[in-house]
Write a protein that binds this ligand. Structure first.
Ligand SMILES: Cc1ncc(COP(=O)(O)O)c(C=O)c1O
Length: 392
């Protein structure tokens, strides 16, 4: 009998028909592309990551992460309520709460896990969730789970406060007073780069006694005088009951959090399944996040640079002004978006196409992001290349 190495790929045929065909078709749609190089030697200039402050490769984060690993280990060893809480987790929660101007904070492992589990844990049958039509997939899924648990779900037109108010009024008129209304929105919409009207939402939610949840994934670290986010920029810091943020975007690390009143933190800590039944963030990520949070507040030039670059790009391409580092360029068909992105990649720009279902059908686009790691001449080169590729 041969003892030689087993030959791969081994033909697998475990999936019964007709599902096999379904999965094979899906597999042709998207491909993972590994970066294949290190931080210092990237593949193409990064115009697609969410590393807005250029902190992902910062040696201070690497050092903090390594110190945390030495002190507390590479893994947390368990869920937060068991052995997974270290003083670093407590410290990060305290600093995030102070930064966001809130009483307390609770860490989550990812933004996706946070949104999909926080929303259902706060509502019951007889409650309702109101969600902006262009919310991130994680908020969408959180609302769907809430619906499956008996809450009403209402999707309001994108950024349309009149539509939201009409829906709130209609629902209230048909519901006993004790029904809770939760309104969920992105602060900066991830695929469009436009901003919610937080003062308008705060006022509306206060008037209708609805609980407002804002996802600041693409605003935290970037917007406002201390980088605390869109709530700070629009001067409603401290007035949003559930302020969610992520640590893997502008803060260059990994994880997510909810900043809120202590009473809500207690509720989540006791009921939120995504928090309770999951291994806590590893100490090296927490250490890196702490370092990043301090740098984000002290080196404000980073966000100024990223935002100025995005503004120049929009101006050069004749796109409307916006307060984010996300610049979407509508291309047309999915195939055209892929072709244009590939042409730009061949010229050395790491730009990726975004297609349905991430964005609505017929709105395939390039999602270009800017960041503190980019240089002026790189942006100018991209603008020249884009003008050669994209029809005005
Ligand atoms: C608006 C928004 N919310 C939540 C998430 C999910 O965060 P995470 O990547 O930490 O799971 C993302 C990620 O892209 C996002 O864009």
């Amino acid at each position: 009998m041969s003892c030689g190495p087993r030959r791969f790929p081994v033909p697998l045929d475990h999936i019964p028909h007709p599902w096999r065909e379904r999965f094979e078709r899906a597999a042709t749609e998207r491909r993972l592309r590994s970066r294949n190089r290190t931080i210092g030697e990237p593949r193409g200039i990064d115009f697609c990551s969410n590393d807005y402050l250029g902190l992902r490769g910062d040696s201070r984060l690497a050092e903090a992460s390594s110190r945390a690993a030495q002190a507390w280990g590479c893994g947390s060893g368990g869920a937060r309520l068991l052995r997974g809480t270290t003083p670093l987790h407590d410290e990060l929660e305290r600093e995030l709460a102070a930064w966001k101007g809130m009483e307390s904070c609770l860490l989550f492992n990812t933004g996706f896990q946070c949104n999909t589990t926080v929303i259902p844990s706060l509502v019951r049958p007889g409650d309702a969730v109101f969600s902006d039509a262009l919310n991130h997939a994680s908020l969408v899924d959180g609302c769907r789970v809430a619906k499956s648990r008996g809450a009403d779900l209402s999707i309001f037109h994108h950024l349309d406060l009149k539509d939201l108010e009409a829906r709130l009024r209609h629902w209230r008129s048909q519901t006993p007073d004790e029904g809770l209304a939760l309104v969920a929105t992105d602060a900066i919409f991830s695929m469009d780069g436009d901003a919610a009207d937080l003062p308008g939402l705060v006022e509306l939610c206060e008037r209708h006694q609805a609980l407002l949840m804002v996802d600041e994934a693409h605003a935290s670290g970037l917007l406002g005088t201390t980088g605390a986010g869109l709530a700070e920029l629009q001067q409603v810091k401290g007035r949003i009951p559930i302020l969610m943020g992520t640590l893997g975007k502008a803060l260059g690390s990994f994880g997510a959090f909810v900043a809120c009143e202590q009473i809500l933190r207690e509720e989540l800590l006791n009921t939120c399944r995504g928090f309770i039944f999951s291994t806590a963030l590893p100490p090296p990520s927490v250490g890196a996040s702490l370092a990043a949070l301090r740098i984000a507040q002290s080196e404000r030039w980073r966000s100024a640079k990223a935002l100025a670059q995005a503004a120049s790009l929009r101006e050069a391409l004749g796109l409307p002004e916006a307060t984010s580092a996300i610049v979407p360029i509508q291309i047309g068909t999915d195939a055209e978006a892929v072709t244009v992105a590939l042409a730009l990649q061949e010229q050395g720009f790491d730009v990726r196409p975004i297609r349905p279902p991430t964005v609505p059908e017929g709105t395939a686009r390039l999602r270009i992001t800017t960041g503190a790691h980019l240089e002026e001449h790189q942006l100018e080169a991209l603008i020249r290349a884009l003008k050669g590729q994209v029809r005005p």
